[in-house]
Design a protein around this ligand. Structure first.
Ligand SMILES: Cc1ncc(COP(=O)(O)O)c(C=O)c1O
Length: 383
């Protein structure tokens, strides 16, 4: 047989999937591996989807998305993110945040272009860069997971096309300070770059911090590709609905790519998102408080157990170091799964600078988190 795609072959099977394989068939496993909130999808989202199906919304959707949804998104990004977008020109509905990432890469990169990201970071960026021939330049985050601004500045070359930020961040839980964002914006403008801003965790932010969308800042709308999804706010990862806000030119390119690769986004599910967007966002306050409680519980217990960690300011992950236990993240996660049936993700999954870390998701009910922490304690005591 002739050779298959070199590019796709290079991407490894997801280590998060490997973890699921290790767990399969075991009922005793507590998973702290998954990036999915545990609360039930709000009823309006579910009913909106069901009603649409009953009304025979089973045809192709308009390529950019259902107009009513686009209009609601225009209002949402103005009200919540202070972004002035026009629904006819600047928005496209995607198959989750994941396809929003794909569209961002498809619309701006040519082979050989360079993309700067701060590591550790979300895995999909690494392989989308590979698929679109972009060279990924990883800059190690500072010890507190803030951005290494000097490192980013020094990494700029004539081939640099874009910088990607994800705040609040998966996997570190870091949320950018407004002063850091300002510096990134300066670099973008000075060097005539694009900024890809993945904001899927915008609602999961603690300690009174505010999420700032860079597309709302002066001179940044045309340069910023803002990615978001219904997945995390509405605990609706299976709906596969996301969206992009960008300049008219970029959305036009995205529409073409979208048309010829997926021909649109799930039609009925878009009506679920429409009903979700009509909800009062207060529904999320209680949920956020519960995530905050879990964050405090997990961080306090991990510290008691002997981990060094940076307390996350957003999302629902914490990324402690495994150095104190003389194991790298991969050894730690594999042995923890075998010996105590707790699933956590090895840090090496998220780039070149996190071999001695693990990612723990605390999007799990409190009682299970407590039990998982007890098991982790037992595991490290037996090392
Ligand atoms: C940072 C980040 N961006 C994008 C996504 C993809 O979101 P979706 O599930 O909507 O495809 C995820 C999912 O975990 C994520 O963590």
């Amino acid at each position: 047989m002739k050779e298959k795609s070199h590019v796709v072959s290079k991407a490894p099977k997801s280590t998060i999937r490997e973890l699921f394989d290790l767990a399969s068939g075991r009922s005793d496993v507590i998973s702290l591996g998954i990036g999915q909130p545990d609360f039930i999808t709000p009823e309006p989202a579910i009913l909106g989807n069901i009603e649409a199906l009953k009304n025979k919304i089973t045809t192709y959707a308009p390529t950019r998305g259902v107009p009513e949804l686009l209009e609601l998104l225009e209002k949402k990004v103005y009200r919540i993110n202070n972004i002035k977008a026009n629904w006819k020109d600047n928005i496209i509905v995607t198959n989750g945040g994941s396809q929003a990432i794909t569209l961002a890469f498809a619309s701006i990169f040519n082979p050989g272009d360079e993309l700067i990201i701060s590591s550790p970071n979300f895995i999909s960026y690494f392989y989308c860069a590979l698929f679109f021939g972009a060279k990924l330049i990883e800059i190690e985050r500072n010890k507190d997971f803030s951005l290494n601004i000097k490192g980013i500045r020094d990494a700029i070359t004539p081939k640099t096309k874009a910088i990607l930020i994800n705040s609040p961040n998966n996997p570190t839980g870091y949320a950018l300070a407004s002063s850091e964002l300002k510096k990134i914006v300066e670099i973008i403008i000075e060097n005539d770059l694009y900024l890809i801003s993945d904001e899927v965790y915008e609602n999961y932010i603690y300690d009174g911090l505010n999420h700032i969308s860079p597309a709302s800042l002066k001179d940044m709308f045309e340069r910023t590709i803002t990615l978001n999804a219904m997945s995390k706010l509405f605990s609706a990862t299976g709906f596969r609905i996301g969206y992009v806000i960008a300049s008219k030119e970029i959305i036009n390119l995205m529409e073409k790519y979208h048309q010829y690769t997926v021909a649109g986004t799930n039609h009925a599910a878009q009506y679920g998102f429409i009903e979700a967007l009509k909800m009062d966002t207060n529904f999320f306050k209680e949920i956020l408080n519960s995530f905050d409680e879990r964050r405090n519980l997990v961080c306090n217990r991990l510290k008691e157990i002997g981990f060094d960690l940076i307390k996350p300011r957003g999302a629902f992950y914490v990324m402690p170091s495994t150095k104190n236990f003389l194991l790298n993240g991969k050894e730690f996660s594999q042995r923890l799964m075998k010996e105590q049936a707790v699933a956590v993700v090895a840090g090496s999954t998220f780039g070149s600078f996190s071999d001695y870390m693990i990612r723990i998701s605390y999007a799990t009910e409190i009682e299970k988190l407590k039990e998982a922490m007890n098991r982790i304690e037992k595991f490290v005591q037996n090392l």
